[in-house]
Ligand binder design. Sequence first.
Ligand code: ATP
Ligand code: MG
Length: 723
Amino acid sequence: MDVSLLLDSLNDKQREAVAAPLSNMLVLAGAGSGKTRVLVHRIAWLMEVENITPFSILAVTFTNKAAREMRGRIESLMGRGLNSMWIGTFHGLAHRLLRSHHAEAGLPENFQILDSDDQYRLVRRILRAMNLDEKHWAPRQVQWYINGNKDEGLRPQHIETHGDATAQKMREIYTAYQEACDRSGLVDFAELLLRAHELWAKNPEVLAHYQRRFRAVLVDEFQDTNNIQYAWLRMLCSGNTNNIMIVGDDDQSIYGWRGANVDNIHNFLKDFGDTSTIRLEQNYRSTGNILNAANAVIDNNSGRLGKELWTEDSEGELISVYAGFNELDEARFIVSQIKSWIDDGNSLNDSAILYRNNAQSRVLEEALLHEGIAYRIYGGLRFFERQEIKDALGYLRMLNHPHDDAAFERVVNTPSRGIGEKTITQVRAAAREQNCSLWQASNLLLTENSLTGRASKALQAFTTLVSELEQAVHGLPLEEQADKAIRQSGLYAMYQAERGEKAQARLENLEELVTACKQFIVPEEAEEMTPMSAFLAHASLEAGDTQADSEQDAVQMMTIHSAKGLEFGLVFLAGVEEGMFPSQMTNDEPGRMEEERRLCYVGMTRAMKKLFITYAESRRVYGQDKFHTASRFIREIPGEYVQEVRLKSQISRPVHNRFSRMASHEAFEGSGFALGQRVEHPKFGEGVVLNYEGSGDHARVQVNFDDFGSKWLVMAYAKLKAN
Ligand code: ATP
Ligand code: MG
């Protein structure tokens, strides 16, 4: 291979980083400056010039999707497959390590991953067993507490309670939870990282092996590493036998709320010997206006490491700001803009709608569906997290490892087979008493005959089903195992009996699961596992960022958090209003406002050519109409980079707007009224038009009457008068 190929498409600074002699290195640079590109070229350079084999390279990315993309990019640069290279997320890599060294890590061979939903159920079960009221010990908070401590590397015995009763109780819950996990061979996400760290800490020979093996370690998005991840990297690189290159941007640190620690960038320079720093300053992604606007916004933060970003690109179009009357109007506007984007010959794949919270997607989805525009959601309703899929996976997990308590709980009475809460409580109690799994406890109760006749019969039906299924699927290909489990368990029939569209979708999903099994290729790192174990691990780990139909041209929808590292020709930032973004909670915690602003910076810098920022002056949140003003982040953009847009069909609103100076509205078809318009009703008096739906004789309008509150009226009868 001609190495100049690796350097030709880089600027001087990038080239300096890619071709640097082996040493520890920090590449610190703003969005779109080619950090990820540098990392990819560096890996190729290490192989070509430094003769480091792919086997000796470890690369860490933030999502599984980014890992796949990175592998693809390196392989196409090198022109060959690179299976032996480890590329993955911290969680994926930790999982891989624990699989290879389960014994040293103190885990059973077929340990299972507990996702956050299962973890939640387990926490609730522990609380019940400890007779703690969920009103005082909110399961989510307990979950947060456990994961937070694990992220800091803390086991219960490391936690100081200073004699505080609440703290002591929390620690007790953590202990009970961990015992339950250990008993059933369950590993939650935070545990993956902590165990992987402990594995090395307690087994120097295992650590030494990986220190020798991984001559080069490379980490993307370093600003969002948490403390346990940092400690893990530090341990790996403590032997002076390897080098580490990290790339990151302190302005894009957006996971502080989840324990990420941006100070790790500073710490890196202190803790790792012989480091050099390279800064990249040219942005290759965005037009001048987008880049300048994003720079102006982030400039309001203090304590930045300070980076200049410039572009050779032209100014491009102005950033457009649209104020929707409400969230429906906002969604309609976005859809209309997407339509003109494709009419201009662009692809849907190259457009993205980004929002602060997942829940915001529903209205946008409906508007897209209404216009028949395909969309794909990253992160929201993930296939492997859907109820019916989790039910089916529950059965597969039972077949794979009957002592999986979380799976047992999930499916023991799904579909309903008459096993009541009382029986399950008895099973749990027996399991606690005997210190065994729920499965073992069930069998015990049955042989001891200690249940009532009815309960015993029902529970027997379940244990027989699982045992028989286990025999029936033995040795069958993965997809046949799944198919049999779904049908013989009665799951399929249960959803069939439900009828309706939702149930239909669930059946389709179950069928899709069989397809997923069929298409599943056991990855190289999982060769020692049974195909089913490998598949179940894949389902837990991948739930986050894949979508079944990734081939289809579709608008990309996701939270701003999940858009990190990505880029799109056209970007919408939706719901950019005070109370939404920055979010309501921001005022309560110091530092949160700056993190929100970094999130805004991340969102804006995803756009290459055209950026729309939209907001809604009124929005239904948890069933209540909230009135919001434009986000401070919009006001922080200098006027020269922005234009306010209004729809063509809009008429000006006859009343002053007390919520915002930027307001514009669409007259709805043929009605003569516009959203936001003041109207008068013969009976209810005066009010403001909030919303409408349908057309012609079916058109309905929602009016917020001054004296009677909000009402939906049929247009044809309402006798509204413009006011
Ligand atoms: P982020 O901070 O958002 O992760 P980044 O710094 O990782 O951004 P990249 O995604 O690597 O930036 O690069 C941004 C875009 O600029 C990509 O499309 C990339 O291909 C392009 N790019 C980077 N460097 C160059 C270059 N020297 N010449 C041409 N294009 C480049
Ligand atoms: Mg990047």
